[in-house]
Design a binder for this molecule. Structure first.
Ligand SMILES: [Zn+2]
Length: 561
């Protein structure tokens, strides 16, 4: 604890992992992808670092929280009588980390930040992430079939588990650099709370270290089994003895995760609230699941993958669960009391479920679906996520970043677009009701949906007494708006992306000001992380991951039936 407390006092003083000058001391090193040190990229890093400092890195991070701060956007999304309501020409007063007042514009002489042309939203909540793994997998997983996936010819996108294994092997400093890069992106894009499933205990500890430095609100967990143990169990084929033999070590790993979670439970004024996470269900038995559930009840919930039906081919996980337990994934979990309301459950994906049989089991106040439109890589599985059916069944839902895209606004748009594709193509033949999502549906899920699942009446809303977790987005500038205050500001989010986010705070503490991170030197961090990714990718290149990109896949018509 003492060590952790020391780390937390450095919050706002810049990232202790990368400091203010990280990466710049090696100015003449070749940069990733460069055969010769031309200096051009290094110059760019130095320029951007200087610019970031001029734009607010530093000073805004230290403001006195007890002084009122008035935020005056063109529009804000308020929470009135349990409804989201857009208010023009209103302002929000923030004091001591909470929202003190929401009122029509005044001429108050308190410290104020005018946000002309901007929309102020509650800080966005991500319901599913594997933070450390994001940047090292982006940029190749989107490719089509590769030598790595030839064994499963109908798998879409490329395998990224190897990168996850290599990440778990990194020394702490490099692992923290990767975590910091991804968390910096997540914050830059307006997401202030993450329900995080790190790929193992080491990644979880890294997440907690960096989240505490950045002042992020997180519900962290480490997947069990972690990447160091999971692959032989998960890819065991039909030799289920491997699973049964793994039980003692899995139980020990559950205990190790719980022991660590207890040490950080509720630190930093309750910003860090740990959960438990089975990595995936086919690597567990009723005995290990019972241990997971009991630990999750002591903490803040159970974070799971529901993905046994991924893809179009018969799936090994689904086959294994039927072979072992005689049931599909959701009925099996239900038979063990996972959805009995005694623990909050956060489930990502819902791939391959039986909608008529399974969705009613999930329509209760203890379950939240994490809709992750960029899961498996942006565009890889565009319309497989059954969000329209989930909405139609009245199951609570939120939006999750998952692994590869940390841009929350892009994910918000993808949720709407993919959900509409699904509803438009399947709406006439669906056996269950579907809701065709709008940007309102997506923003509701991104704020209130997440808060509802977490049981937090002080998150996901702009209302008196709520936490001052806030995000402002430019909805009037180039590409997004039309140079004037919009009439219907939420629709402009369909043209925005993470770089449209202008200001972000958590607990009333600035983390992004005028489009620049205040908690870390972003250019220096990107430079340092690039070196770590280069090493990981060099290792993966030897396995033939990077290939000449296939331009398309021909799918035989028969396989679609
Ligand atoms: Zn996941």
């Amino acid at each position: 604890m003492a060590e952790v407390e020391v780390a937390s006092t450095q919050a706002g003083a810049g990232c202790a992992n990368c400091g203010g000058n990280v990466g710049l001391e090696e100015e003449t090193d070749p940069l990733p992808g460069q055969a010769h040190p031309t200096g051009l990229l290094t110059d760019k890093v130095q320029r951007e670092s200087a610019l970031a400092k001029m734009r607010g890195f530093g000073a805004d991070a230290f403001r006195d929280q007890s002084r009122p701060l008035v935020l005056a956007p063109s529009w804000l999304l308020a929470h009135i009588n349990d409804e989201m309501v857009l208010l023009a020409d209103h302002e929000v007063v923030v004091k001591n980390g909470r929202i003190e007042e929401v009122r029509p514009r005044t001429g108050s002489t308190d410290e104020r930040v005018d946000m002309p042309g901007q929309l102020l939203l509650p800080g966005l909540i991500s319901m599913h992430s594997h933070v450390a793994g994001g940047a090292a997998t982006r940029g190749y997983v989107e490719g089509n079939l590769t030598p790595m996936s030839k064994g499963a010819p109908l798998r879409q996108g490329r395998q990224f588990l190897k990168a996850m294994v290599l990440l778990e092997d990194l020394p702490d400093e490099d692992l923290d650099t990767m975590t910091a890069l991804n968390l910096a992106e997540i914050l830059r894009g307006g997401c202030t709370t993450q329900v995080e499933m790190s790929k193992g205990l080491r990644s979880m500890q890294s997440y907690v270290r960096v989240a505490r430095e950045f002042g992020i609100r997180g519900y962290p967990s480490g997947a069990v089994p972690g990447m160091k143990r999971i692959l032989p169990i998960w890819k065991r084929g039909t030799d289920d003895q491997v699973l049964f033999d793994s039980v003692p070590e899995t139980l020990a790993e559950i205990q190790e995760n719980l022991d660590y979670a207890r040490t950080i439970n509720g630190v930093d004024d309750g910003r860090i609230l740990p959960m438990m996470a089975p990595a995936t269900n086919a690597v567990h038995t009723p005995e290990t699941f019972a241990a997971m559930k009991s630990a999750a009840q002591e903490l803040h919930g159970l974070h799971i993958h529901l993905q046994a039906g991924y893809g179009r081919a018969p799936q090994p996980d689904k086959v294994a669960m039927n072979r072992l337990w005689g049931q599909d994934e959701i009925p099996w979990l239900h038979s063990m009391g996972i959805f009995d309301g005694s623990v909050r459950v956060f489930g990502a994906h819902l791939l391959g479920i039986d909608f008529e049989r399974d969705l009613p089991l999930l329509a209760n106040s203890s379950f939240t679906f994490a809709n992750c439109p960029s899961g498996t890589g942006a565009g890889v599985t565009p319309a497989q996520w059954p969000w329209p059916e989930v909405l139609g069944a009245g199951v609570n839902s939120g939006i999750g970043l998952d692994t590869h895209s940390n841009d929350y606004i892009e994910n918000l748009k993808m949720a709407v677009i993919y959900g509409r594709i699904r509803a438009d193509f399947l709406g006439d033949s669906t056996p269950v009701p579907m809701v065709r999502p709008s940007i309102w549906t997506a923003v509701e899920a991104a704020t209130l949906g997440g808060a509802r699942g977490l049981g937090r009446e002080d998150l996901g809303r702009i209302a008196v007494g709520a936490k001052a977790d806030l995000t402002s987005i430019d909805v009037s500038g180039l590409f997004v708006g039309v140079g004037t205050v919009p009439r219907e500001p939420l629709n402009h989010l369909m043209y925005a992306n993470g770089l449209s986010v202008r200001n972000v705070m958590t607990d009333g503490q600035w983390q992004v000001r005028d489009g620049a991170l205040t908690i870390v030197d972003e250019a220096a961090l990107v430079h340092k992380a690039g070196k770590v990714v280069q090493r990981i990718w060099d290792d993966m290149a030897a396995d033939g991951v990077f290939v000449d990109e296939p331009r398309s896949d021909l799918i035989p018509a028969a396989s679609l039936s």
